[in-house]
Design a binder for this molecule. Structure first.
Ligand SMILES: [Zn+2]
Length: 439
């Protein structure tokens, strides 16, 4: 049997049994696909053999929600509420700096960070998504991309993209990107726009991905305007169904959770962003008890401020144990699944990625388990969630292509990105200072 890449001495986790561990294994990759998993060395010639002794081999992580072109605003404004952060800091700067070359640079920075920390698929919400798609394809990372739509004028920022509909209908055969529809939120999109986007989602059979009930003030504002919570309002306009991905869902009533469960809405939990913006803690226990499907996301690099899914997994697990006073809640294996196979299910990609299985695309991460903070090792799942960091990822394979080997990125010119970012950050800082001077 001919495989292009063979991993040997592998400790495999995230297999089709989902939380089993297989040691001393061989894993063969032919083209873009996993073609062999077993304890005997397969016959045939391999272009590349990787000895993974002392490492953990796992499926690539799935970041179900981010805004990758916001990396250039990382650390520009912290320690504020969501609305202050958007109105006073992010939107004025974005209005000045959103252009194709900055989107290309910022997407590249985020994608480099994601690959470095073991993410092999990300779902993005931003403008000029065709540029992000080009950067993602060149880097060889899998993505779910749509053009962000905001059509209610924000005080300082307004974008009405008329090409979102065309983009949604096109899936380029050669691209690793899958189209989605991404209205920003029920508070920044009109009822007509939300209804229209839902129609297009149904017509093209693609997922629709939006922020829902992230903060208390947004929920109260919508209640004042419509007499409904965001979930009730969206249900009333028939926006919620099993093709809807609801990001955040922090402020939910019991009845909201029932509606989401009834409509089989897919949920994305972004614990670090919710904590940093002081938005609150999503009712993950109740949502899980209601049978809702939940994936994990980092949210954007300007509100997190990293895209490291390892740290997101750990936060998710610790946060809900703590607030519920229940150490049994969100055990390591469950959180690991949320960051892999459940995330793939949320994005509708579980047939091709999210676990290590023969016949699935080869989206594989090799983690160095030999460092002192992972010594000794009893349970690889425990180490991945509670001990590992993104920087422990050593090699990343996406769609059968090695995109990082021994910590060296092979598809991205990282030093060039750093140099460009240093220059751009001076302009952004000066612009922000000039705005503050005008106040
Ligand atoms: Zn977001």
């Amino acid at each position: 049997m001919a495989s292009d890449i063979l991993l040997m001495n592998a400790t495999l986790i995230g297999l089709n049994g989902r939380t089993a561990v297989k040691t001393g294994s061989y894993l063969g990759i032919s083209g873009d696909t996993i073609t062999y998993i077993g304890t005997k060395k397969p016959s045939g010639k391999f272009a590349k053999i990787i000895d993974t002794k002392g490492k953990i081999v796992m499926p690539g992580l799935i970041n179900c929600h981010t805004h990758s072109p916001m990396s250039i605003y990382r650390g520009l404004a912290d320690d504020t509420s969501l609305f202050e952060w958007l109105n006073d800091h992010i939107w004025p700067v974005e209005r000045e700096f959103i252009n194709e070359s900055n989107i290309e640079l910022a997407s590249g920075i985020s994608i480099a960070e994601m690959i470095r920390s073991g993410t092999t698929t990300f779902s993005d919400m931003y403008f000029h998504s065709d540029i992000t798609e080009k950067v993602a394809d060149e880097a060889g990372i899998r993505s779910v991309l749509g053009e962000a739509v905001i059509d209610i004028p924000a005080p300082v920022f307004r974008v009405t993209e008329d090409h979102w509909e065309k983009k949604a209908a096109v899936k380029k055969a050669e691209s690793l990107s899958v189209p989605a529809l991404v209205p920003h939120s029920p508070y920044s999109c009109s009822k007509d726009m939300l209804k229209k986007m839902k129609e297009v989602s149904k017509k093209n059979n693609i997922l629709i991905h939006t922020h829902i009930s992230e903060t208390r003030s947004e929920v109260e504002k919508l209640r004042k305007e419509t007499g409904r919570s965001p979930v009730e309002y969206l249900d009333e306009i028939k926006f919620l169904d099993s093709d809807t991905i609801a990001v955040h869902c922090v402020i939910l009533s019991d009845s909201d959770i029932k509606i989401l469960a009834k409509r089989q809405v897919r949920i994305v939990h972004c614990p670090q962003s919710n904590l940093k913006l002081g938005s609150g803690v999503a009712r993950i226990r109740e949502m899980l008890d209601s049978g809702l499907l939940i994936g994990l996301g980092t949210d954007g690099p300007a509100s997190n401020n990293t895209l490291d899914m390892f740290s997101e997994m750990k936060t998710a697990s610790l946060l809900h144990k703590g607030v519920n006073e229940d150490p049994l809640l969100l055990p390591a294996k469950q959180v690991f699944e949320m960051a892999t196979i459940r995330g793939a299910e949320v994005l509708g990609l579980d047939k091709i990625t999210g676990s290590i299985e023969k016949g699935k695309k080869a989206d594989i991460v090799i983690v160095d388990a030999g460092s002192i903070h992972m010594t000794p090792m009893y349970d690889p799942y425990s180490h991945i969630v509670y001990s590992a960091k993104g920087s422990d990822v050593e090699t990343v394979i996406i769609n059968g292509r090695i995109v990082m080997e021994n910590r060296k990125l092979l598809t991205i010119k990282e030093e060039a990105l750093k140099k460009k970012a240093a220059i751009l950050s001076v302009n952004i800082r000066n612009f922000k200072k000039s705005l503050e001077g005008k106040k």
